[in-house]
Design a protein around this ligand. Structure first.
Ligand code: ADP
Ligand code: GLC
Length: 482
């Protein structure tokens, strides 16, 4: 089977969050199943600079109003994976991130930028494909690629099937109706059963309505998004697709996130010999400006500083947490208000609380390895990867019972196979109660070691997910054959 993944970010070429990790890792897992997956993303300058084996570009006839555009075939630097970059400097060669300028403002032409990407991907799926390669399935990810199934349907004929994965239903790609014309979509799609969304157009809705099959990144989130509380206005659309919606838990890249061979950490360690973890903790304390204290339980937090992640839930309990003898290290970037609160906390509790504001891939590994416990207090979490990295690094997760957190961490007091601590509710007191339980176990080293070993040896490889995605692709192809 031939599959084309299309996404606004792919690790290690461009990354703002877990989406990049997923699209960077999942395609590789298809190799062992005998299938061929390739990836397409925008030709951001850093991505263009990182790829290898760059070959002759294929011109794109319609550059979506930009000067000119072409598809550049190349390979990923770290695997041999084939990648297609949509090279259009006017759209993608800009200072800042994939979606925003350096000041955190969305690029005003985002619909057109990602329509260009989506159309390039859809073009590969029609009429024999491009460069002698036509995927059987185009697998699109999040709102940026919501137009992929729309273009495929619009063009018709014997096109590739489409699968659309919801990584986060909260980001809906909402724009004024005029964008329909800009992106070359049929004006008749401005309709409540198509792209229209409260007087605007939603590119996420485009994917939800028109893809042959929908998936999301955990079974629990697949159920949650059919309810009003998690649907953010789109739960009805999701419910209407329930028969062709499946929740498939993400895996993790166990080569990149491997404490036994991680160049970023102070000393390698494994489930069989965890002794190196103590040095990693000391190294983290030193690097984060925390007091050197082998005995103090060290709690790590890492992620985008946005409402979703519930960082404020932990900040609200900080005085009590510090009182209990904990040290806390936070790394994140995002909303200025939350960044300021983290900095303030670090100033108030100097030596006990450390805030590393910014994006730092290497230090993320240092935290995962050096902390004893890892908090993910998210209000909602489609899957979440950091708690799985924590498990692999022998760092016990304390998570809210939602989405993929509920599907990847079992509570030690609820299950004989427990690997962490799970809490309900969303107040500082709810979090604190779970942390108190964590502290109690931490004070019983033998029991702690047993739980830690269980987490470290859990299988979060991508293979299981790839098998499930393959079933989805097969059912799409069967349905298309009629
Ligand atoms: P989301 O995609 O919602 O941000 P995930 O848990 O799925 O959440 O993935 C987040 C990814 O981004 C992880 O790989 C995590 O290590 C990384 N990450 C988030 N914030 C930072 C940061 N400030 N510095 C380095 N890595 C980060
Ligand atoms: C989204 C979600 C996160 C998930 C990631 C990868 O960014 O917020 O929970 O792990 O996508 O699927």
């Amino acid at each position: 089977m031939k599959i084309l993944f299309v996404s606004g970010e792919v690790y290690p070429l461009a990354k703002t969050g877990g989406l990049a990790d997923v699209v960077g890792a999942l395609p590789k897992a298809f190799r062992s199943l005998g299938d061929e997956a390739r990836v397409m993303l925008p030709g951001y300058p850093e991505a263009m600079a990182k790829v290898t084996d760059v070959r002759a570009p294929l011109p794109l006839a319609d550059a979506m109003g930009y000067g000119s555009a072409r598809i550049v075939p190349a390979r990923m630097p770290d695997s041999n994976l084939e990648v297609f970059l949509v090279d259009c400097p006017e759209a993608f060669a800009r200072p800042g991130g994939p979606y925003q300028d350096a000041d955190g403002r969305d690029w005003p032409d985002n619909p057109r930028r990602f329509a260009l990407l989506s159309r390039a991907a859809a073009l590969m799926g029609v009429g024999g494909g491009l460069a002698g390669w036509q995927p059987d399935i185009v697998h699109a990810h999040d709102w940026q690629t919501g137009l992929v199934p729309v273009y495929l349907r619009q063009w018709g004929g014997r096109t590739a099937g489409s699968v659309f994965t919801i990584h986060n239903l909260h980001y809906q790609g909402v724009f004024p109706p005029a964008v329909l014309g800009e992106v070359g979509a049929d004006p008749a799609l401005y309709h409540v059963d198509a792209l229209e969304y409260w007087g605007n157009v939603s590119l996420l809705k485009a994917g939800l309505v028109f893809a042959d099959y929908l998936t999301t990144v955990s079974p629990t989130y697949a159920r949650e998004i059919q309810t009003e509380g998690f649907g953010y206005g789109l739960d009805g659309v999701v419910r209407a697709r329930a028969a062709t919606l499946r929740g498939i838990l993400n895996g993790i890249d166990q080569e990149i996130w491997n404490p036994a061979a991680d160049p970023a950490i102070a000393q390698p360690y494994s489930a069989a010999d965890v002794s190196g973890k103590a040095r990693c903790k000391a190294a983290l304390q030193a690097a984060a400006g925390l007091l050197p204290d082998a005995g103090a339980p060290l709690l790590g937090l890492l992620g985008r500083l946005v409402w979703q992640k519930g960082i404020d839930i932990v900040l609200g309990a900080l005085p009590e947490i510090v009182d209990m003898g904990f040290q806390v290290v936070i790394q994140g970037a995002g909303e200025p208000g939350l960044e300021a609160r983290c900095r303030e906390a670090a100033a108030v509790f100097a030596g006990k609380v450390s805030a590393h504001i910014g994006y730092d891939e290497t230090f993320a590994h240092v935290i995962e390895a050096g902390a004893d416990m890892f908090a993910v207090p998210s209000r909602f979490e489609p899957c979440g990867l950091t708690q799985m990295y924590a498990l692999r690094y022998g760092t016990l997760p304390v998570v809210r019972r939602t989405g993929g957190l509920a599907d990847s961490v079992a509570d030690v007091d609820e299950s004989p196979d427990g690997t962490g601590f799970v809490f309900d509710g969303e107040t500082p007191a709810d979090f604190l109660a779970a942390l108190i339980r964590a502290r109690e176990l931490y004070d019983r080293p033998a029991a702690w070691a047993e739980v830690r070993a269980r987490g470290m040896t859990k299988d979060f490889t991508w293979r299981a997910a790839a098998v499930r995605y393959r079933e989805v692709y097969e059912s799409v192809l069967r349905a298309r054959r009629g």
